[in-house]
Design a binder for this molecule. Sequence first.
Ligand code: NDP
Length: 420
Amino acid sequence: MTNLSKFYQKTWQQRLQALIDQKIISDQQRKILQCSASDPELGDQQIENYLTHYNLPEGLALHYLINGKRYLIPMVTEEPSVIAASSHGAAIIEKSGGFTTKVSGHLLWGQIVFEKVSQPEKLKKNLEEQQEKLILIANQAHPSLQKRGGGARHLRVRILAADLVSLDLAIDTQEAMGANMVNSMLEAVANYLGTQISAPVLLSVLSNLADESLAQASCRIPVEFLTRPQLAGQQVAEKIAVASRLAQLDPYRAATHNKGIMNGVDAVAIAMGNDWRAIESAAHAFAVKSGSYRGLSQWQLNSDNSILEGKITLPLPVAVVGGSIKIVPLVQLNQQLAKINSATQLAEIIASVGLAQNLAALQALVSEGIQQGHMRLQLRATILAAGAQPNEVATILKQMQQMKKTDLTTAQSLLAKKHE
Ligand code: NDP
């Protein structure tokens, strides 16, 4: 049986040695872990049982014109077509005048949930009457946030079932995402309420449904800018509008529509050191808020059918400080590349990226199909997976394109022939 006892107490080198001693990895594999470990000291500070850094490629998306200002946008993704599609969508929107954005707030909800409630209406009234006091207690638990202009703003009480009541506190987290700050503020309020309310507190924690941190991006595209080799711009625009309607009607399509949006959203969130799991869960919870899961963006033609109007609304609990943002040098560099200095600005950028990503995907889908562009980029990954060295990719790629083949077996046999 494997013995990795007190693994967390070992140094990084000891941990790697323990894996070798237990015959879990070879000496050769230790070298892979060591080479990939770009900053073991930092990694050891960031997480438990650190082994190595898992690296993802980072690239720059271009052509972003947001509220009249140009941006270079670092994106981290392993999916081949994401950055190309992002820049392509942004270029069409740039020609059309760029993105307009609106950020409606940066509040995070925190929940204190009471169980075994016997009189939910009475508890609701009691909590609502104490709003001022509860907000004071929350703010006293993290006074620096209030000093920066943030803090607890208001509360609401929701009766979830005959025995379950949720007290929700809306907290302005300023430039931070706020999960830790909100959790400690909630704890203080829960402790206070524990002394005066008979129903026990089941849990107190932030909600990731960040619907008080909404960012909207919109654009207006003259239909001629959507022209594809086989299809007039007018037809492309009409088909995009129908595809958009489809994503409002059919959750099977909406899931894919939104995945395409999140391709861009996550890539920027990761580059900016943000918690992309929180952004993902917020986006999907928001997408289903009406009761059925819907697309997060909408496209429609204007009254004379000359302009395609696009709009996206995303809950974006994003940050420029907090978590690991200030301790990862690459995140600092990425903030500088994108010239970002506020959470609002980051939300504006991410919403715009989501819309551009969606436009590029829909334009391809309703015209030549997504595979053509996708596969050109995916083919490189397939050839590398077949065992090619980077300097062999171009030759094999050309041969495969001539043969109109995209599969791994063909790549492997061409490579084998080359090595004969
Ligand atoms: P932190 O705990 O790092 O708190 C934010 C920090 O930023 C504080 O130390 C604060 O200083 C500092 N700060 C400096 N300038 C500002 C400013 N202008 N506005 C606001 N804060 C400022 O992070 P968060 O509370 O933001 O929590 C985010 C982390 O929590 C992420 O790593 C996330 O992954 C994780 N998390 C997420 C959960 C979820 O999503 N469900 C659950 C639990 C954790 P000061 O202390 O002086 O106020």
